[in-house]
Design a protein around this ligand. Structure first.
Ligand code: CA
Length: 238
């Protein structure tokens, strides 16, 4: 499926140029020319990625980003003016996955888009709402562990835990289904996709990696094995 990208940029020539390049690369595109239109489209549309200019009329890009982040986890790449260091810091703090400084080479933008789409795939299947300790959109917690899905980070008591994409997906799936035992097949489908059907031992390998990065380091028993069935994360303290 081709990724859909929303371009929020008030400079029409630049916006048009980016759009042509993205279409040429096979992406589907949509455009907004001010902050309010951008926010509305971002909230209502189903985009895989948003390119968001910071200096926008109506509502500036950082404000658009902050409001969007409260509702959705769509990855955002900020388009910033040269030397606007504060904007970059504020933008990353507000949850942007990357930024690119104008003027930029289109190849660099395309490369960053590819990376962002790979690292932050939008979960289009939201039918599973067995959310455990979900206290804020995109944030999952278990005791001192905080998983920030939009930012793609995991912290334990403030310490960052570096996970690969599959480890991240595995932990996310378990945390979204607290107290529900997930079979290896279910986890495999969620984490690796259909093409790995049958190779359930991959799941045991990822569970081992996760335990070595979390359970072993922080002396907790987060991921539990249910013999003959699969794995579960139980409600914290239960
Ligand atoms: Ca602008």
């Amino acid at each position: 499926m081709d990724a859909a990208i929303l371009i929020v940029e008030d400079e029409e020539k630049l916006s048009r140029f980016i759009e042509l390049e993205l279409v040429h690369e096979g992406y589907r595109t949509d455009k907004a020319f001010d902050g309010r239109e951008g926010l509305t489209k971002a909230l209502e549309g189903d985009y895989d990625l948003i390119l968001l200019d910071i200096m926008l009329p109506g509502l500036n890009g950082l404000e658009v980003l902050r409001r969007l982040q409260k509702e959705k986890s769509t990855p955002v790449i900020l388009l910033t003016a040269r030397d606007a260091v504060m904007d970059k810091v504020a933008g990353l703090d507000a949850g942007a996955v990357d930024y690119i400084t104008k003027p930029f080479a289109i190849e660099e933008l395309l490369a960053r888009i590819r990376v962002a789409l790979k690292l932050h795939p939008m979960m289009r299947d939201d039918s599973n709402n067995n959310t455990g300790d979900k206290n804020k959109e995109g944030i999952l917690t278990w005791g001192s562990l905080v998983m920030d899905i939009p930012a793609h980070t995991v912290h334990y008591a403030g310490h960052e835990i570096t996970l690969t994409n599959r480890e991240f997906m595995m932990l996310r799936t378990l945390l979204e289904n607290v107290d529900i035992v997930l079979s290896r097949d279910t986890l495999l489908e969620k984490v690796c996709g259909y093409e790995y059907m049958g190779e359930t031992n991959m799941i045991d390998v990822y569970i081992r990696y996760l335990r070595s990065k979390i359970d072993d380091v922080f002396s907790v028993k987060m991921i539990q094995t249910v013999r003959g069935v699969g794995y579960v994360i139980k409600s914290y303290g239960s």
